[in-house]
Design a protein around this ligand. Structure first.
Ligand SMILES: N[C@@H](CCC(=O)N[C@@H](CS)C(=O)NCC(=O)O)C(=O)O
Length: 370
């Protein structure tokens, strides 16, 4: 067995990678991210406490350790044969990269809200079973109190506060309705094969929102096809099957979700890019980016429910946005025209010709100036 996935069922981003590895039909074993695993593997190899981590025994002395789900998926895509989760069609690929970013960094908002508002006891027990599997259940709960406080304490950082909760729930329900309507016509976002965008959705929708019992009940009731999609994508019955839609087609049912990206997440990303420019000017010699630049006001919600709330400014999603804009910048001729047309039609014309004020890259598992 050459791959080991370190993580846990309760972890959002571990769910994204697990579903992908299963569909990719890659043999892997899982190692639970216990406190011991953090001490003996994650901290020494990655340098900071985070999951998932993929270890690859590639024949080198220590093997490779890969972190960040996007990098893990790209690593496996580069090392393993078989169909890819990246569509060849340039417009489909653009939309898939956008939806991965939307799932990873925007649907995390409802995922965190529902977990800590409605599934707190369940999540704490799951944290305990992950971190301290050898302790008796009563002792586990106390032992994980600090990490429960850390993760649930992240709600205001994400813009989740008493004044924005109604907006978070309304926009999540609107998202579920849009995805449900899409799944009436298609198995996955772009046809019968899961894409990188599907895996971006999978973390929040499976590992938190379906698997946590109270939000799972809401999803089963409001959007049974989404619940079914999450199960199929997390545990595909047939690995390596399916195709993307022909002719680089973007089905009309995908548009509402792309419009949600443009209306909700894109303004936050563009504001973050302005903060990046300021940071870069003020810290010309700094290489490593801080995890947050500070706080500002952000709009959260959908349609009539939008509210202004305080939210931290995270540079990390700009690295994912750079993947989107790099892909766009690499297109020319008809492909470029079709891609720009799609961006205009979803309300994301600002992405046309957009470049970050500085390039970003990931080095030693951290975000640095590129
Ligand atoms: N963008 C990262 C996010 C990973 C992440 O946030 N993982 C969570 C658990 S699901 C974690 O370990 N967070 C610790 C932290 O952010 O300090 C990825 O795709 O791997």
């Amino acid at each position: 067995m050459t791959y080991t996935l370190i993580g846990t069922a309760v972890s959002l981003y571990t769910g994204k990678v697990r579903g992908y590895l299963r569909w990719k039909n890659v043999a892997f074993r899982e190692q639970l991210s216990t406190v011991e695993a953090y001490k003996s593997v994650i901290l020494p190899r990655i340098g900071w406490p985070v999951v998932p981590v993929l270890l690859h025994d590639d024949g080198s002395a220590r093997g490779r350790a890969v972190q960040d789900t996007t990098e893990i998926i790209d690593y496996v895509e580069a090392h393993e044969p078989g169909p890819s989760v990246y569509p060849d069609g340039p417009v489909q690929k653009l939309a898939a990269l956008i939806l991965e970013l939307f799932g990873d960094e925007w649907l995390v908002i409802p995922a965190m809200h529902y977990r800590w508002a409605y599934n707190r006891d369940f999540a704490q027990a799951e944290f305990g079973a992950t971190s301290y599997p050898d302790l008796p259940p009563e002792e586990r709960l106390a032992a994980v109190q600090k990490s429960v406080d850390f993760f649930s304490g992240a709600l205001p950082v994400l813009g989740i506060a008493p004044d924005s909760v109604a907006a978070v729930e309304a926009s999540f329900e609107a998202f579920l309705a849009a995805f449900e309507a899409h799944l009436e016509q298609h198995d996955f976002l772009f046809g019968s094969r899961p894409s990188i965008g599907d895996y971006g959705f999978l973390g929040p929708l499976y590992a938190h929102l379906l698997r946590d019992p109270a939000s799972g009940e809401i999803m089963e009731r409001l959007a049974p096809r989404v619940a079914d999609w999450a199960r199929r994508t997390h545990a595909p019955q047939h690995a390596l099957t399916g195709d993307f839609l022909e002719d680089d087609d973007i089905p009309p049912t995908l548009m509402p979700m792309l419009e949600m990206f443009a209306a909700q997440q894109l303004p936050v990303l563009l504001g973050t890019a302005r903060a990046l420019a300021e940071w870069s000017e003020e810290n010309p010699d700094a290489s490593e980016l801080p995890r947050i630049f500070g706080f500002n006001k952000a709009m959260i919600g959908h349609g009539d429910t939008v509210v202004e709330t305080d939210r931290a400014i995270f540079p990390y999603p700009l690295w994912m946005l750079q993947r989107v804009t790099d892909h766009l910048a690499g297109l020319d001729g008809e492909a470029r025209q079709s891609a720009e047309k799609m961006l205009r039609s979803i309300g994301a014309a600002k992405l046309i010709g957009f470049e970050l004020p500085i390039r970003l890259k990931r080095e030693n598992y951290k975000l640095v100036r590129g």
